[in-house]
Design a protein around this ligand. Structure first.
Ligand SMILES: Cc1cc2nc3c(=O)[nH]c(=O)nc-3n(C[C@H](O)[C@H](O)[C@H](O)COP(=O)(O)OP(=O)(O)OC[C@H]3O[C@@H](n4cnc5c(N)ncnc54)[C@H](O)[C@@H]3O)c2cc1C
Length: 477
């Protein structure tokens, strides 16, 4: 019997899903059935960018799909196995099967896996249909995103009409379970993603632009769709359509445009990563290779655990460690602090951050890290002052008080700079710097000065400029 197998990867949804739609159409023609498969692949899960955060989100998303597939008397067939051994065994049982999947612009591991699987199906002479994700094109440069999202290029109907007859009858094969749910994390699932979008457009769009910069306001009023996008609970096309036809679109046009611009950036960065996959592992501009090459592991540990002695930095990392989410500006500040003030190589933190960013998307992640670290040599250098950022983005120190509670009884000015307390004031607050909260690991003004001087010297060098020209030439606009 031929089975039309849809291999779900980071596309955990039923709607606007070209592989599912095409598999159903093809299966109908020959009265065959469709099977949805998800693999928890050890090769992917053992890589240091994967974490229990991502696992929980995937399990949530699969459960959400299974709940809805119940009415069609099917479940996703879920296995703990790498792709090649799984499909090899599958073909021994169902040699005439046909396969469908989305292309994944992921990390180096998923890229190699996809190459191997393509080769494997070719060798086995089995059809394997692959589809673009959010209009991103393998091996080419793409820039007309809006046209892509609106055009017939992605042919799946937004809401397909499933019937029981479409799917193979599969017993629930859901063995992966998570014993402890982290209740701070956003929950995964296609329906949850659509609810999130609706709440954002109905209630938060009007506050969007003024909320982006603040870690508290962004949490409430940004779309919070990034994790849903990373695991494919929702597509850019769906978000674009919902936004442009919403009654608030015209009413809050500048806000809506700012939001849609970020969807363009999302695709732009992933497309750029497709063009420069080496961004994952090495400085894009090699002239920066000789700086920051000796990591200080004890400093790095203090950063990861939020013990740098800089309250706003510590609050940001502790928030991420618990919730998996932080707004854009504060993520930028963390990279700036790590690479410029601490003078550490970004490669020493990129996997750690990937694990604690619930929305980890390799294309955006590595490009943004290198941009903020200044190792591309094609952007303006930004060194964020960690104290001024706190004073500006968290003036009343609510965010710091929440995540660094050991400072919460101090006066606001001291919460931002506890090292400014005199001995008398420390006594009055019953607070001892170094015991109740760490002494700061560096002098941020001196370290910023050193970074600025060193990086500008390098940036002005012929070596950087030659590499920068090569990058710009290879990256069409
Ligand atoms: C060092 C660093 C690492 C980052 N890593 C990731 C990552 O792994 N995954 C990720 O999705 N975003 C990443 N970002 C971008 C950004 O911080 C998040 O997309 C955003 O904070 C997610 O919140 P939101 O969904 O509420 O965004 P909104 O402001 O509501 O934006 C809507 C969507 O647009 C996209 N978007 C927003 N800002 C950006 C941006 N600057 N670049 C590209 N796309 C953007 C996201 O898909 C987001 O969901 C990173 C930023 C930095 C500085």
């Amino acid at each position: 019997m031929a089975i039309h197998v849809v291999w779900l990867k980071k596309d955990l949804r039923l709607f606007d899903h070209a592989p599912i739609d095409t598999a159903i159409k093809n299966a109908q023609k020959e009265n065959a059935q469709v099977l949805l498969v998800y693999l928890f692949e050890p090769d992917i899960m053992n890589f240091p960018d994967y974490s229990s955060f991502h696992y929980q989100f995937i399990v949530d998303s699969l459960k959400n799909l299974n709940d809805r597939l119940h009415q069609f008397k099917t479940q996703i067939s879920i296995h703990n196995e790498n792709a090649i051994p799984f499909f090899k065994k599958f073909l021994e049982q169902f040699p005439k099967s046909v396969f469908y999947a989305h292309e994944e612009i992921g990390n180096g591991v998923s890229y190699l896996r996809d190459e191997k699987i393509r080769h494997f199906f070719k060798q086995k002479k089995r059809p394997f249909f692959e589809f673009q994700t959010n209009g991103i094109i393998r091996g080419q440069w793409q820039k007309n995103w809006r046209e892509q999202w609106l055009s017939a290029a992605q042919k799946a109907p937004i809401i397909p009409q499933f019937t029981t007859a479409h799917f193979a009858t599969v017993e629930a094969t859901f063995d992966p379970e998570i014993s402890q749910i982290n209740s701070h994390l956003q929950r995964g699932g296609e329906l949850i993603a659509h609810d999130r979008l609706k709440i954002f457009l109905d209630d938060s769009l009007k506050f969007y632009r003024k909320s982006i910069g603040s870690p508290i306001e962004a949490h409430k009023h940004c779309s919070r769709l990034s994790a849903h996008l990373a695991f494919g609970n929702i597509t850019i096309r769906q978000i674009y359509r919902q936004t442009t036809k919403h009654s608030n679109y015209e009413k809050f046009y500048p806000q809506a445009t700012a939001f849609l611009d970020r969807l363009l950036w999302h695709c732009h960065f992933i497309q750029r990563f497709e063009h420069f996959p080496e961004t994952e592992i090495a400085n894009l501009n090699q002239a920066y290779n000789h700086i920051r090459d000796i990591p200080n592991h004890s400093l790095i540990e203090l950063f990861k655990t939020g013990q740098t002695g800089f309250p706003f930095v510590d609050a940001c990392i502790r928030c991420l460690n618990q919730t998996g989410y932080l707004n854009f500006r504060m993520r930028s500040m963390l990279i700036s602090f790590f690479t410029h003030h601490m003078w550490q190589p970004w490669t020493e933190i990129s996997h750690y951050l990937a694990r604690i960013f619930l929305d980890y998307e390799p294309g955006i992640h590595y490009c943004q890290i290198q941009m903020q670290a200044g190792t591309m040599g094609i952007h303006t250098l930004r060194i964020y002052n960690p104290v001024l950022q706190g004073l500006e983005k968290d003036p009343d120190a609510y965010f710091i008080k929440k995540w660094v509670p050991e400072l919460s009884h101090l006066e606001t000015a001291f919460i931002h700079e506890p090292w400014k307390l005199t001995a008398m004031e420390s006594l009055a607050y019953n607070f001892c710097l170094g015991e109740d909260y760490p002494v700061r690991i560096l002098d941020h003004e001196k370290s910023a000065e050193y970074a600025r001087r060193t990086l500008w010297e390098i940036k002005n060098s012929e070596e950087v400029s030659l590499d920068a020209q090569k990058i710009l030439k290879k990256r069409p606009r």
